[in-house]
Design a binder for this molecule. Structure first.
Ligand SMILES: Cc1cc2nc3c(=O)[nH]c(=O)nc-3n(C[C@H](O)[C@H](O)[C@H](O)COP(=O)(O)OP(=O)(O)OC[C@H]3O[C@@H](n4cnc5c(N)ncnc54)[C@H](O)[C@@H]3O)c2cc1C
Length: 458
């Protein structure tokens, strides 16, 4: 018989929520006190953030309440800024309205699950930190939606005078970086939405909004293979989107985005979807990392009483063969894996209390989907390549299934239904200040001590 122990989950995303659900099911209250630390009181269903930027889904409808989903947990709203693995404590910076406050709190743990996910990957490109907009949080997605409307409103208000042509061009040009599923879905869906609301503007033709999707890689949606990538590329080009592959951003100077091929694009909108990196908290632990993700074993264990999973951890992908000349591949950073890793990590932590048996994480990828707006999408469920309307059905069906709460499913389904029959919404709420929607502030990427300040754990 062990004393009642405190199990702390860091992060209330896919991994944290599913780990918590499993712990609530398996661990009696007499065995464990359950605590979850999260900067927000909800899980963000990020795969539907493109629908938020395209005004299809109301932002709150992709937010799954942690208090409702995990009633047996104590929710501490704040950021974990450091972990002392020897003292078995974490330091929490309390947050209010998503912003980190000065007050900190030290919380001890007996068992710790690290699941703080990832942040948008930026590169040290001059001007990007000050101007690029990520789409990783609800705040950012809603901001981008409002910002696009604000650009059109401002362009529409400009006098018909050639002196304002340059500003009009800046405001009517959208540049998105990253032709993976985030950038591609956002451009495809948002462009279609604005095209549909074109006739609401009196002095501009929204069809003249210039869209650029750029990526240093040679293909669109490489995650889905060449055929589906080619289909998506044709769909984007068919809508007049200028897709430039093999190029990146060299710098941003004022309202000009300079590309690596020498092109200079006047624009006030730079959407940044150039991938993700593990949460910077991981680099402060002094523990081994694999390309920024915390190294874990197949049971997602980091140390005796610490587990990690999801985007923040390099979980061995046992469903893939190990190459003769290299290490075991790790699972890709997707919700599909994070959710299942959460469930398994919950079981494994329960096993450490003598309840059940710890097992390795094994999951064969079910494939990815990418919604291209309207009635079209691309999807690769279980390796079967789908395009057009069948892919759209699969994409939406998958999201409804994967949304972790019934009330969110109903709200999202209702939004989709209303969007299909009503005129699209084109109103800006402007609830977020531009400076609060920068990647560093919206994702709080600068709140962690630098890795070199932390002594290595032996
Ligand atoms: C636009 C977009 C579209 C996507 N589409 C798909 C898709 O179609 N299919 C798919 O499988 N995947 C998709 N993904 C990827 C998927 O969302 C992630 O892989 C998944 O969310 C990872 O789960 P996680 O639990 O590791 O992290 P998250 O779900 O991101 O959760 C991490 C949590 O930790 C919190 N946190 C951050 N820092 C701290 C801290 N210091 N202390 C405490 N808590 C912290 C965060 O607020 C968050 O709640 C998409 C992602 C984006 C951004």
């Amino acid at each position: 018989m062990v004393d009642r122990q405190r199990v702390v989950i860091v992060g209330g995303g896919f991994t944290g929520l599913y780990a918590g659900k499993k712990l609530e099911k398996l661990l009696p209250a007499s065995t464990a006190e359950l605590v979850i630390v999260s900067p927000t009181d909800h899980l963000t269903y990020s795969p539907l953030l493109p629908d938020v930027t395209a005004s299809v889904i109301e932002p709150r409808h992709v937010a799954v309440s942690l208090r409702q989903a995990l009633p047996k947990h104590k929710l501490v709203v704040g950021h974990t800024t450091s972990v002392d693995v020897e003292a078995k404590t974490i330091t929490i910076s309390r947050s209010e309205r998503g912003q980190v406050e000065q007050g900190t709190q030290v919380l001890s743990y007996d068992k710790l699950i690290l699941a703080p996910g990832s942040v948008t990957r930026r590169f040290p490109i001059p001007g990007v930190a000050e101007s690029a907009r990520g789409v990783k949080t609800i705040t950012e997605a809603a901001f981008v939606r409002d910002h696009l409307i604000a650009q059109l409103d401002a362009a529409d208000a400009l006098p018909d005078d050639p002196r304002f042509d340059a500003e009009r061009a800046e405001r009517m040009t959208v540049v998105a970086v990253g032709a993976g599923y985030t950038g591609t879905e956002i451009v495809a869906q948002t462009q279609r939405w604005l095209t549909r609301v074109a006739d609401r503007y009196s002095r501009i033709d929204v069809k003249d909004v210039r869209w650029l999707l750029i990526d240093v890689a040679p293909a669109v949606l490489p995650e889905l293979g060449p055929r589906l990538g080619q289909y998506a590329l044709s769909a984007l080009k068919g809508r007049g989107i200028d897709v430039r592959l093999g190029v990146s951003v060299a710098s941003v100077e004022g309202n000009v985005i300079n590309l690596t091929d020498g092109a200079a694009i006047p624009s006030r909108t730079l959407i940044w979807g150039a991938g993700i990196v593990a949460n910077p908290l991981m680099a402060t632990l002094g523990l081994p990392l694999d390309r920024g993700r915390l190294v874990v074993d197949a049971q997602m264990r980091v140390a005796e009483d610490i587990w990690a999973a999801g985007d923040a951890a390099a979980v061995p992908d046992l469903a893939k063969p190990k190459p003769a000349d290299g290490p075991q591949p790790v699972t890709p950073p997707t919700a599909q894996h994070a959710q299942r890793q959460g469930t398994q990590v919950g079981k494994n932590v329960a096993a450490s209390f003598g309840i059940g048996v710890a097992k390795d994480y094994v999951h064969k990828d079910l494939g990815l989907v990418a919604d291209l707006g309207g009635t079209t999408a691309v999807a690769k469920p279980l390796g079967i390549e789908l395009t057009g309307f069948p892919a759209k059905i699969v994409a939406r069906g998958y999201h409804l299934y994967a949304l972790p709460a019934m009330s969110n499913r109903i709200r999202v389904l209702t939004d989709w239904a209303l969007h299909a029959v009503l005129p699209p919404q084109s109103v800006a709420i402007n609830a977020t200040r531009p400076e609060d929607a920068l990647i560093t502030t919206a994702q709080n990427t600068e709140i962690y001590p630098k890795a070199e300040d932390k002594p290595k754990v032996g």
